[in-house]
Design a protein around this ligand. Structure first.
Ligand code: 4AD
Ligand code: MG
Length: 465
């Protein structure tokens, strides 16, 4: 008996070096059209952007069924891979056999016409079958790999920090609670508070907003580490740049100060852009044609030039002197709003900008206090079109100063004993940052809504699928 044929990805078929006598491909019908003696099927299997054209002769025994195939149906095709007569492709398949696996009728929502991103979001389970979304998610996969490559090449150790945690790293109170207590029969203590001692972990627990605190513990043992995992924020921000569940990359380095930290963030952003340009050329071409015409010019500019660096104080001065009418007034001591960040990076500098040394009042407890006693070693990297893409800092490594910071932030140092131990035993200057993976993907693909770079988006009021 003949060995059954193993299927090959359409990507490999299209890149074939020579004619292949007998080949098996499988995928979903994108379009089909008939001529007098043939039916032409455009088949896509998601291995690459392009389709393989399959030519089906009317002599096939199931030709009548083939003629009923419509967009969305799944098939397997065996045939000969030959040089294509048609334009735009090198190879096509002359089918000897078509096996129909799953039909799709006219109600299939992804018919050939163009669709709005809003409509496609409602069919998030089918949109990976479109050119745009299959491309976005292939690039997402490639860049996840590049993240690991970047850090592994530089001797960083990958640490899996916990998803369920007892601490609020950012101190912003934007936490999703994790509990097995039954809301209907919640036990209260005598003071009326819910008794979390009766809960699953015998204490209050939450989904993590950042792996940083745990990453610090590992950096102070393994020197250079990074985390890359899901992160959860219960902030009620319904914007195109906020998701309730997103992925964050957080490197943490012992013996590193703010300037080394800024250098790494800049190198990392440039590396990811260059990687996408190099390894996903067809997808990038699609984004540049259909999503954002300025994409390549902007990305090349970013890769080639050093980023601007400016203190928060100087940034506020520039904003005040700009003469620009902002919705939110800007004054020393207030947070930079998205419109301010975008003015700096898009209008004033017209390139990525790292703003550093923010007032201590508007930043979390763990950032290192500068000698001026007023600012902390925070840094935010802002990019055109998006605003903040990286947030990081040098960490406070002095025990007494850190305890003081905590008290100022109304935190009880006793709750963070393990974190303070890192300062009690062999403390060193150390630094790190967080890069929002989805924001990076938006920047690299030009896709303007975060909901369109994550497979199944979770945002306030929306957790379909
Ligand atoms: O600036 P953030 O809040 O910093 C931290 O969490 C630090 N603990 C990181 C560290 O130093 N290790 O978040 C870091 C980045 C932001 O710059 C942004 O890119 C992304 O995470 N981010 C979000 N992305 C999507 N949706 C949200 N709701 C996000 N919040 C933050
Ligand atoms: Mg931030």
């Amino acid at each position: 008996m003949d060995k059954p044929l193993s299927p090959i990805p359409i990507k490999d078929a299209l890149q074939s070096a020579a004619l292949i006598d007998s080949v098996l491909v499988q995928g979903w019908v994108r379009t089909r059209r008939d001529s007098k003696d043939f039916s032409f099927i455009e088949l896509n299997d998601g291995s690459c952007l392009r389709n393989l054209q399959i030519i089906t002769k009317n002599s096939l025994p199931n030709y009548a069924a083939v003629q009923r195939l419509s967009t969305g149906a799944s098939i397997r095709a065996v045939g000969t891979l030959v040089t294509s007569q048609g334009k735009g492709q090198k190879w096509e398949l002359i089918a000897e056999q078509i096996e129909i696996m799953g039909a799709a009728d006219d109600s299939y929502p992804l018919q050939k016409k163009g669709h709005t991103p809003e409509f496609l979001r409602e069919i998030a389970h089918l949109r990976p079958r479109s050119n745009l979304f299959s491309s976005v998610f292939r690039v997402r996969s490639r860049l996840a790999f590049a993240v690991h490559q970047f850090f592994q090449e530089r001797g960083f150790v990958y640490v899996h920090t916990p998803i369920i945690t007892g601490s609020d790293c950012e101190g912003a109170g934007e936490l999703f609670r994790v509990t097995t207590l039954d809301a209907k029969k919640m036990q209260r203590r005598t003071d009326g508070e819910i008794d979390y001692a009766k809960d699953f972990f015998a204490r209050p627990t939450f989904l993590t907003v950042s792996g940083q605190l745990e990453a610090e513990a590992f950096a102070l043992a393994l020197s250079k580490v990074y985390t890359f995992g899901p992160t959860f924020r219960a902030e009620n921000s319904n914007t195109s740049r906020h998701a309730s569940e997103f992925w964050m990359i957080e490197p943490e380095m012992a013996f590193c100060d703010l300037s080394g930290n800024m250098d790494l963030a800049e190198e990392f952003v440039k590396y990811l852009i260059a990687d996408a340009r190099k390894h996903s050329p067809e997808e990038m071409e699609l984004f540049a044609r259909f999503v954002d015409r300025e994409l390549f010019a902007r990305l090349d500019f970013v890769v080639e030039r050093p980023f601007q660096r400016i203190t928060y104080g100087n940034a506020v001065d520039l904003l005040k002197k700009s003469g620009e009418k902002f919705e939110f007034a800007i004054d020393y001591g207030s947070n930079l709003q998205s419109e301010h960040e975008r003015w700096l990076t898009e209008k004033h500098f017209n390139c990525p900008v790292t703003v550093f040394n923010y007032p201590k009042e508007i930043k979390p407890f763990y950032m290192r206090l500068n000698d001026d006693g007023k600012t902390v070693t925070a840094m935010d990297l802002l990019v055109p079109g998006i605003g903040e893409i990286v947030g990081g800092s040098q960490r406070e490594e002095r025990l007494e100063v850190l305890e003081e910071n905590m008290r100022r932030h109304k935190m009880d140092p006793a709750d963070y004993k393990w974190y303070l131990d890192l300062r009690r035993y062999g403390t060193v200057p150390h630094s790190g940052f967080g890069l929002g993976f989805e924001r990076m993907l938006m920047f690299i693909t030009g896709v303007s809504n975060i909901r369109d770079v994550i497979p199944f988006a979770r945002t306030p009021g929306s957790a379909e699928f």
